[in-house]
Design a protein around this ligand. Structure first.
Ligand code: UDP
Ligand code: MG
Length: 306
């Protein structure tokens, strides 16, 4: 059995941490667990520190504020040191007892194995929303997308690091990993209601993620709107009775707004900034991620022991 870095993003998950830790430990033999505390305001960080004191396989990173789930797992992937990554949520909606199924499948020759949730225990809005997002992304925007994939997954660490190293301004792991050409598979797993605490899912966050996916990975909106606007302007000039001025003006405004979104995307790509900053960790943190000088100071010249 190879070795694993289990990446667990957590935002205000104090009631779930010990249980997820125990249940993960019962499934694997050679592993580290990297908990990423995404700006929690409850007792998450002290619990992680206590777990790390008790068990040297436990690593933690604590962000300076809440940067979101994507930032949290990106950090976990970056600092993973084992051959395979297992990503799992802290709330135990995905049972750690299903990890071996994903691992067994991965070891048959895949780079990523995604869990597909059987009888998903989420709200109707959430389930419909993700189905709609997949349909729009794949069929209207022509984005390659592993539909039905969850954030419970096993990933070859070298591949995960390559994907996050792409550092686009609109990172969207599922779309990025298909762009680099990973071999992926699905495994059906059980799904439960959250063990304790509240879901951090919000409609606004999910709309933002969808916009990031669509604008960051497709030029379809730009091309379609440019074409529609051109056709409307030509129709207005050549056959004025077919289209009214207010309609043409609305289409031009919509077209300009979409162009502005893409220009904004270019500006953000140019001025790329960190996805997250780290406040505290028991790992050696890269200087670029480290806001408060956690990185070990450079050796002083001449002080090396002879
Ligand atoms: N999470 C995070 N940062 C956030 C929101 C969520 O690290 O800003 C973590 C959270 O602690 C959990 C996982 O991401 O481990 C999934 O979040 P949640 O269960 O709230 O989302 P849902 O399953 O309801 O979509
Ligand atoms: Mg959840």
């Amino acid at each position: 059995m190879p070795d694993f870095s289990v990446v667990i993003p957590c935002h205000n998950e104090e009631e779930n941490l010990r249980l997820v830790y125990e249940r993960v430990c019962a499934q694997l033999s050679d592993f580290e667990i990297i908990f990423v505390d995404d700006g929690s305001t409850d007792g998450t960080l002290p619990i992680l520190m206590a777990l790390a004191e008790e068990d040297e396989r436990v690593k933690y990173l604590s962000f300076t504020r809440n940067f979101g789930l994507d930032a949290a797992f990106h950090a976990g992937f970056k600092y993973a040191s084992k051959k395979w990554i297992v990503q799992i949520d802290a709330d135990l909606q995905s049972p750690p007892e299903e990890i071996p199924k994903l691992v067994d499948k991965a070891l048959t020759g895949f780079d990523i194995v995604f869990a597909r949730r059987r009888d998903r225990k989420d709200s109707v809005i959430k389930k419909l929303g993700s189905r709609l997002q997949h349909l729009v992304a794949m069929h209207l925007f022509r984005i390659e997308f592993p539909a039905g994939a969850s954030t419970f997954r096993v990933i070859r660490t070298a591949v995960a690091k390559k994907v996050i190293a792409r550092r686009t301004a609109y990172p969207y792991f599922l779309a990025e990993c298909l762009r680099v050409g990973v071999r992926f598979a699905f495994v059906e797993v059980a799904h439960s209601a959250r063990n304790a605490g509240r879901s951090k899912f919000t409609l606004l966050a999910s709309l933002r993620a969808t916009a990031r996916l669509l604008l960051g990975h497709s030029l379809v909106p730009l091309n379609v709107f440019s074409l529609v606007t051109l056709v409307a302007v030509l129709a207005f000039l050549l056959l004025p009775q077919t289209v009214s001025l207010p309609v043409v003006l609305c289409l031009i405004s919509a077209g300009l707004w979409i162009q502005a979104c893409y220009i904004g995307r270019l500006v953000r790509e140019g001025a790329f900034h960190n996805l997250y900053y780290v406040r505290d960790s028991n790992l050696a943190i890269d200087a670029e991620d480290d806001l408060f000088g956690l990185a070990p100071p450079p050796p002083v010249e001449g002080s090396a022991s002879s």
